[in-house]
Design a binder for this molecule. Structure first.
Ligand code: ZN
Length: 197
């Protein structure tokens, strides 16, 4: 479990990244950290890309329906204008943000803020997703959470898409995707290739 760092003297900001596949509990972990900060009377705000409209535009909702209110924004530079007086900045579904997000997060950290970013590290093709790889490079703390493979019960790192057509920005729902380990993910893709016309 992630434990907040201790600082002596001047408190500086930093970046935490929570990454993993679908159904790995990224949003739950983000919410857990933010709720604890809130209890300690720290000013907390959470942002998400406007594109993520599943369930509710105003709420960050994890699959188990834990939620906290979130502000949808359409580009990451807007963050810089919206975080006055906020000590802890949460960002959910970070993979859907633009490529400015890592720089924006670094600026926020320099301003002394704690920045907690959650997002998919890989898309359904197994490729690094959007700004996530760059965020992972510049973060002080990284937590990779895992799902359980729905086929074999091993740790799952990949998001396997059951449907074969469509774009990467198809928002994840339980019936469109499965969490799979590397082996089951690869076997699934091979089978898909063999059965497609
Ligand atoms: Zn498996």
């Amino acid at each position: 479990m992630f434990l907040e760092p201790h600082f002596k003297g001047q408190r500086s900001g930093w970046i935490e990244v929570i990454c993993g596949s679908m159904f790995s509990g990224k949003t739950e972990e983000l919410i857990r950290r933010l709720k604890r900060a809130k209890i300690a009377n720290q000013k907390v705000e959470i942002f998400k890309p406007k594109i993520d409209t599943r369930y509710d535009v105003q709420k960050v909702v994890s699959h188990d329906e834990n939620f906290i209110l979130a502000v949808p924004i359409d580009n990451s530079l807007k963050l810089l204008e919206m975080v006055d007086g906020i000590g802890v900045v949460g960002i959910d579904e970070a993979q859907f943000f633009d490529s400015d997000l890592p720089d924006v997060c670094q600026q926020l950290a320099l301003q002394g803020k704690r920045v907690i970013v959650a997002g998919l590290d890989m898309d359904f093709k197994g490729r690094p997703f959007g700004p996530m790889p760059n965020l992972l490079s510049v973060a002080e703390y990284i937590t990779k959470v895992h799902a359980i493979c729905q086929h074999c019960g091993n740790l799952a790192t990949h998001s396997y898409r059951l449907a074969s057509e469509g774009s990467t920005v198809m928002l994840g729902e339980k019936n469109s995707y499965e969490a799979r380990c590397r082996t089951c993910y690869t076997m699934g893709n091979i089978l898909k290739l063999q059965t497609e016309p």
